[in-house]
Design a protein around this ligand. Structure first.
Ligand code: 9PG
Length: 809
């Protein structure tokens, strides 16, 4: 019987007598796993049981199938039993023939006579000893195997771990050996919101945890090891890694959450996955993310929403008049700011948990609102948080049995918000299922909304006793979301928020992928930053932007990413001009949903013009550079092309508190530095020229430099860039040049205002836009600029006449 599995990229080998396996990449000497073991833990009555090294009892056979999720596989099935154990465990290991991935799945069957509850299903334990002897939730601990661990061949000091956080608002980023994992210090107020309790947390440097997936990165070897889960339908998956110790280790498990197994019952996990990846790849996680999307039937609509939300200006004090005022404004300005969605956020309801009565500021209910939005030709959106409630809300008072409770009967804590501790509702309770169905059905079919922002969804997955005891938290979460989708129907746009990420695949059209933004850079509580500025999940522009950037790779794989709203205003905001430009540039280049949240009627002309320059959204998202090698990337590039040729849009971000000169190696972004590049700095509104082998740009604190770069081959006229649209060239639909003139058709799709820069053989003798004269001024040698306003389509004609040499000939 073969005891190894391999494809082009990786090899997995098992030693059945010793009960341990190893995993190594074949194309690099990237991180590998040596001598991993597997285990499972449970409780039965008062007894706690543990099976620490299941595989040493394994019998091997070929897999009884040859495809997984539509991919050809080569695999093994391991049957494990032991006289001392009430469980029988089967593992399937499958290596995909066409992807750099290895899958594994665990099936446990209760053969004992007494029911038991599953705790941890340990997929992988290699080299991790209990850090600091603290009581940790991540059992089962498998026995220390000599030489077992994570092996890193490059410089150990440089190793990093990319951690993905539990839900939309949780931290995600790449951390170095000397870093501590960012975590909340707000204890019971916030921990239930941001953390999966079965993942645990760590306070020591180089010791990290992750939810659903994580990546060990060896920058020197340009490679990485992905560990995680393909789906989160059966059991939430967690990881723990220690990079700091002299023998690095890794652990990965799925949480049984006390799933009740009766004699004869079987519980099967989602597929776990290990992958070998290269940092040189344009999408290092592509194969993994695609497989998750295939398995979960991801919904990825063609176009991302653009629109307006009431939250980040009005917050809970939104009222009908303010809402209408903004809606009127949007309708009147549709020519210059064409946006689709108008979304009413929190504040209209009588209470969270009392959805069928309205706040006094919305006396007539919300039906007239959706009608007005639809009459204005836009999509009507509303916010709902169906699985969380305030303790004194109607749902909780009328139905205390709907509330998720701890073993002692006290409600499970869903965190502190709306000036109160909150509770979660049990999605497996038929009463909750009926009530949520009624709420969603009412919002869609009675109130008339076609876009629902579903928030605080993690509350359905709190630990606690459930009506259906044969359910894990992951299964309960899946059920909660299925209830919503089923009630809403297939046509309604569902946006997830505060949602455990993996659970949302296949349900949501868009998903919030970071903490809330806010009209301030750093988090504060009641205006005080002192204690709160390092909180990773509290609302702030920095937190929202950084995590959304670190999760850019999920966009259009699992859903459309929602990086949260744009805050563009220059009043009622602590954001500096540079910070607003960072927000606008980054959200535009991430190409997820683009939703503004300002009081539009009071916004300055400058800021609404900036907003208009982001529309329509870019056709693709930019490539994020250094994603895994830095905690927060500072370089994005986007290759674009059109009738005016090919060009690159470059974004450099300075996250630090002082002005910084950021180096940019041209080769790193595929640019040949042997000749100069030309373009336009979008925010400084000036031409740019770079040459030589080493480029660097001064970037203001919390600010950006955003510019286009083009190659100038000869003296033919060239579109250098523009501030009409952030793409700096996509507005040109036709471009014809001769020796003496150029004709261009601009097709912006909506009213745009800005400056265009052209490289021309000489000063234009004549220039017109739709027959009206346009004045071009010299901006640099051979470069001429003009301010223009273009509507639905415009014809640009420029004539410069023959130059002197030709005239003499
Ligand atoms: C409405 C808001 C907005 C916002 C959502 C969500 O306590 N917390 O950690 C916390 C995080 C996010 C949050 C509220 C509280 O905001 O993300 O867009 O809809 O609810 O109440």
């Amino acid at each position: 019987m073969s005891t190894d599995l391999s494809n082009r990229w990786l090899r997995w080998t098992i030693d059945p007598t010793a009960g341990r396996w190893s995993f190594s990449p074949l194309l690099s000497s990237g991180p590998d796993i040596k001598y991993a073991s597997m285990g499972v833990s449970w409780t039965s009555g008062l007894a706690r049981g543990i099976w620490p090294s299941i595989l040493s009892n394994a019998e091997l056979e070929p897999l009884p199938y040859d495809h997984v999720l539509g991919h050809p596989v080569q695999g093994l099935r391991l049957h494990c039993r032991s006289e001392q154990q009430p469980l029988q465990v089967e593992f399937d290991f499958a290596v995909l023939a066409d992807r750099p991935l290895l899958l594994s799945r665990m099936r446990t069957r209760l053969i004992g006579e007494q029911s038991l509850r599953l705790n941890k299903l340990g997929f992988l334990s290699a080299g991790l000893t209990n850090p600091k002897g603290k009581k940790q939730p991540w059992e089962p601990r498998t026995p220390d195997v000599q030489d077992s661990g994570l092996r890193i061949s490059g410089n150990r000091e440089l190793v990093r771990f990319f951690t993905n956080g539990w839900q939309s608002w949780s931290y995600a980023g790449s951390l170095g050996v000397a870093d501590q994992q960012p975590k909340t210090r707000l204890g019971l107020l916030s921990r239930p919101i941001f953390c999966n309790p079965t993942t645990g947390r760590s306070a020591s440097a180089g010791h990290f945890v992750a939810d659903m997936f994580g990546v060990v990165i060896d920058p020197e070897e340009r490679s990485g090891l992905l560990a995680g889960f393909i789906s989160q339908k059966q059991a939430f998956g967690s990881l723990e890694v220690n990079l700091e110790s002299s023998s690095p280790g890794l652990r990965m498990w799925a949480s049984g959450d006390g799933y009740l197994l009766e004699p004869g019952d079987v519980f099967e996990t989602d597929w776990a996955v290990l992958g070998a990846l290269s940092l040189e790849d344009s999408e290092p996680l592509g194969a993994y993310l695609d497989l998750c999307a295939e398995a979960g039937h991801a919904r990825v609509p063609k176009t991302a929403p653009t629109g307006w939300s009431s939250w980040y200006y009005f917050f809970e004090s939104i009222d009908r008049a303010a809402f209408d005022h903004n809606l009127d404004w949007l309708e009147r300005h549709h020519d210059s700011l064409p946006m689709d969605l108008v979304q009413l956020d929190d504040g209209f309801e009588a209470n969270v948990g009392d959805w069928f009565r309205f706040d006094h500021r919305f006396e007539g209910g919300v039906k007239p609102i959706s009608r007005r939005i639809a009459d204005a030709g836009m999509e009507a959106g509303i916010w709902l948080a169906p699985y969380i409630a305030k303790p004194r809300s109607k749902w909780v008072r009328d139905h205390p049995e709907w509330v998720l409770r701890r073993a002692g009967g006290r409600p499970a804590n869903a965190g502190y918000n709306w000036s109160s501790f909150t509770v979660g509702l049990d999605p497996t309770h038929p009463g909750v299922e009926a009530a949520v169905t009624d709420l969603i059905d009412t919002a869609v079919n009675n109130w008339g909304f076609t876009f629902l922002k579903l928030d605080f969804l993690y509350a359905a997955a709190l630990p606690g006793r459930r009506y259906d005891q044969a359910t894990t938290r992951a299964q309960a979460m899946t059920k909660a979301l299925a209830t919503i989708r089923q009630a809403a129907g297939e046509q309604v746009w569902l946006m997830g928020c505060g949602c455990p990420l993996g659970s949302g695949i296949g349900v949501f059209d868009s998903m919030r992928v970071g903490p809330d933004v806010a009209p301030r850079w750093k988090p504060a509580f009641q205006g005080i930053e002192l204690f709160f500025q390092h909180e990773p999940g509290l609302p702030s522009a920095r937190n929202g932007l950084q995590v959304a950037l670190n999760r850019a790779m999920l966009n259009r794989k699992w859903w459309i990413n929602d990086p949260d709203c744009l805050i563009m205003r220059d009043t009622d905001s602590h954001l500096s001009r540079d910070e607003v430009q960072t927000m606008a540039s980054l959200m535009a280049l991430l190409a997820g949903s683009l939703i503004d949240s300002d009081d539009l009627p009071s916004m300055s002309a400058e800021r609404s013009t900036w907003l208009g320059r982001l529309l329509p959204p870019l056709p693709r998202q930019a490539r994020v550079h250094g994603q895994f090698e830095q905690e927060v990337p500072e370089l994005l590039t986007l290759d674009l092309s059109g009738p005016v040729g090919v060009w690159k849009v470059v974004l450099l971000i300075n996250w630090s508190p002082g002005t910084r000169r950021i180096p940019l190696e041209p080769e790193r972004i595929g640019m040949d530095a042997s000749a100069p590049w030309f373009g336009v700095d979008f925010w400084r509104e000036e031409p740019v020229m770079v040459e030589g082998p080493a480029w660097s740009f001064e970037v203001p604190s919390h600010g950006v430099r955003l510019f286009s770069l083009r190659r100038r081959h000869d003296s033919t006229p060239m579109w250098l860039g523009d501030t009409l649209h952030i793409s700096q060239g996509l507005v040109v639909e036709e471009w014809k040049t001769s020796n003496t003139d150029l004709q261009a058709r601009l097709s912006p799709g909506h009213q745009m205002y800005g400056r265009i820069w052209l490289a021309l053989p000489s000063q234009p003798a004549e220039a017109s836009l739709d027959g009206d004269p346009v004045e071009f001024r010299p901006a640099a040698r051979g470069i001429f600029a003009a301010d223009v306003a273009v509507g639905a389509g415009a014809h640009l004609h420029i004539r410069w006449g023959r130059d002197r040499n030709e005239g003499a000939a």
